[in-house]
Design a protein around this ligand. Structure first.
Ligand code: NAD
Ligand code: GLY
Length: 359
């Protein structure tokens, strides 16, 4: 049965639909897009081979004109050039303000398309159709959009909410295992920052998740989206609590930038970052040795790295983390678990703690 959630943001509120087969459900689509104007699907060379024609068909059945902008695949293309390629496509197709963009793909396509939607003619509608686990549980919800700069990850962007998020769980069937693992890093993150019982659910259901058991995956995606929707409702523009969604990301973004975009997947870098943040919590006594080991073991059990790249030093981390968007007055801020199931922002890490965490 279809699960539905709302991200409550006043007149910018929007639904999240979760089920198998939603790409073909024109009844769902009919409720999510305007009945006029151009519809432009933005996707990439990989995802288009699996899912584009089905989505185009559903939109056509609504009587709408649809065209598709197909970008190269990869984190290294989440950049100004791809953004410009979308702008050129929209202008060449005479798109106006009544255009709806549909992001069909993982977080890279979602972030790029959302930023294009925020920028084209100062803002057009967009719908997220995430196709990776990571984008099901995280990037498609909450309106963070943007692109990378060679000097820093996600440094250019906008808060811009979609009109709807349509999650077709059956897309996970074609997802490579390494990408499923990367998504699990963000899933596990929710357990650590928000909900110990969810962390335990993940410990108990790792095998079912990897078998893509429909009921378990549906529950996992629903619980993650519920947490994210609640946090974004509370703090849309990250003035406060939303920052906790970045557990592991301060260290993780530094890894991604250092290694070159796409060498370590975002989720892999976040997993190593979660271990670093948890090591600080362990040294402060806010998580026990047993809890620390459970965090490491759940990440490892989901085929994720639990240590930084060998070639990276503490100095490399510090040099790159200073660009982190959470930094205030040049002070780097980290999300550190207060216990298993609760985390908060800390800006008082000593050099020794950072050295120990990044060793
Ligand atoms: P991705 O978009 O690069 O997708 C991963 C790979 O899987 C790509 O090669 C893609 O073509 C392929 N793919 C996608 N769906 C597929 C499917 N169903 N079957 C087969 N292959 C498929 O990576 P991602 O992990 O989805 O997203 C990572 C990005 O998301 C990063 O840029 C990260 O910064 C961003 N992100 C954004 C937010 C946010 O709040 N906006 C949150 C977390 C992450
Ligand atoms: N992924 C972090 C956030 O959406 O705030």
């Amino acid at each position: 049965m279809m699960k539905t959630l709302m991200v409550e943001l006043g007149d910018r509120s929007y639904p999240i639909f979760i089920d198998g087969g939603l790409l073909d459900r024109e009844d769902v689509w009919g409720n999510c897009i305007k009945k006029k104007g151009n519809v432009v699907i933005v996707t990439n060379t990989t995802v288009c081979t699996w899912y584009l024609s089905r989505l185009e068909e559903s939109i056509r059945r609504l009587g709408l004109k649809v065209s598709s902008c197909i970008l190269p695949d990869g984190e290294m293309y989440k950049n100004l050039e791809s953004f410009n390629q979308i702008m050129t496509f929209l202008l060449e197709h005479n798109c106006g303000r009544d255009t709806t963009l549909i992001a069909l793909g993982g977080g890279v396509i979602g972030d790029l398309t959302g930023f294009a939607a925020a920028s084209f003619q100062r803002g057009v509608d967009f719908v997220q159709v995430p196709t990776t686990l990571l984008s099901h549980v995280d990037s498609s919800v909450g309106g963070k959009t943007g692109i990378n700069h060679p000097l820093g990850k996600n440094m250019i962007g906008a808060f811009y909410q979609p009109k709807a998020v349509i999650i077709d769980l059956l897309c996970l069937k074609t997802l490579p295992e390494r990408e499923l693992a990367a998504g699990m890093a963000e899933v596990i993150k929710y357990g650590i920052i928000w909900d110990k019982s969810f962390f335990e659910y993940l410990e108990d259901h790792t095998d079912d998740i990897w078998k893509l058991d429909f009921d378990v995956i549906s529950e996992v995606v629903y619980r993650c989206c519920s947490i994210k929707a609640a946090v974004v409702h509370e703090d849309e523009r990250e003035g406060g609590i939303r920052a906790i969604l970045n557990l592991g990301h301060t260290f993780g973004h530094a890894i991604e930038t250092f290694m070159g975009y796409g060498v370590w997947l975002h989720g892999e870098a976040v997993a190593a970052g979660i271990v670093m943040a948890s090591r600080v919590a362990l040294s402060r006594g806010s998580v026990s040795g047993e809890e620390f080991e459970r965090i490491v073991s759940l990440l490892r059990g989901n085929r994720l790295p639990v240590a930084k790249p060998d070639s990276m030093t503490t100095d490399d981390f510090l040099r790159l983390m200073i660009h982190d968007k959470k930094a205030v007055n040049g002070k780097i801020r980290y999300i550190i678990p207060d216990s298993l199931g609760k985390s908060s922002v800390k800006d008082d890490l000593s050099l020794k703690e950072i050295e120990d965490a990044t060793r």
